[in-house]
Design a protein around this ligand. Sequence first.
Ligand code: KG4
Ligand code: ZN
Length: 350
Amino acid sequence: MPTVLALETSCDESAAAVVRAGVVLSSEVASQVEEHARWGGVVPELASRRHVEALPLLVERALAGAGLGLADLDGVAATVAPGLLGALLVGSVTGRSLARLAGCPFLGIHHLEAHLYAALLGEPPPAAPLLVLLVSGGHTELIALRGLGAYERLGGSRDDAAGEAFDKVARLLGLAYPGGPALELAARGGDPTRFAFPPGRISLPGGGFHPYDFSFSGLKTAVLREVQRWQAEGQPLPVADLAASFQAVVTKVLVQRSVRCALDHGLPGLVVVGGVSANQELRQRLGAACGAAGLALHLAPLAWCTDNAAMVGLAACRRLAAGQISSLELGVAPRLPLAEANSLYGPPPF
Ligand code: KG4
Ligand code: ZN
């Protein structure tokens, strides 16, 4: 398997890494989280500017950390979809320029595929067919993985992503951005049964509920109403109980629908990736439910759950080893579904 320099700039982490044959040789991440925290969320224009500033040094450090130069590379990869338009452009133009200078192929990588391959760093590495639960700030999706690039979307959120729900509810509770880790911390010692928040279900036209789809916006509204009720009464918010009750319902619903989806589709393993997969309660519930259902569970190592470039490099090694490369004229696609990731290889689709 080849040696790849990989870049990640799709949202609010600038990152560069060198990966050889599925082994991470170096990984540099410059998080912008603190800066966006001042605004309570990611400011796209600011994210692009910070990527522009951070990337050259990160690339230099990643190469130095691996003890390699441009001439040693078999490929340069960058996340080109999905994500913030301006942010993606920074990684894309940097990656394509470096590939040209190094005289090696360029690979545009789908961000969610990168998250997926982060789970390959786990022990034991998963083998297809599998069900993938992608839970990040922008996505909540259940996807059948039948081979490299062979994805079928089986379910997902109809409104907010799970991470987005964590971020919004954390904000309602007066917690810092990003909300996921802050809310998890606040929930410690809280009573998860104190508030009965709704699990969020999507009705089917013929009656009943969609078994694998999620809805988190009603849940967020239910927390908002509860917060407003306490505020109207002039009472201090029971932050720990609210956080614990919210976290319990989100993690329970993610686990129940994922396990049911895997069993219904005869998929013997479940891979869980994306920022929310760092949540300890989710990891514990997944362990228990998969154990009971006889499903193999694969979680990305904690360090690789949130955005980084090592996962981009891992995905790129796979694509390159399969003989797939992207056009040097490949653009970026802020909304490309994972099921269309194969279109990034060969003649440019956009
Ligand atoms: O995958 P990621 O780093 O970026 C995206 O591609 O979106 O995911 C970031 C999301 C944020 O919404 C963040 O609040 C959430 O993952 N997150 C968590 C935890 N750590 C990060 N959510 C719940 N519990 C956590 N421990
Ligand atoms: Zn991500």
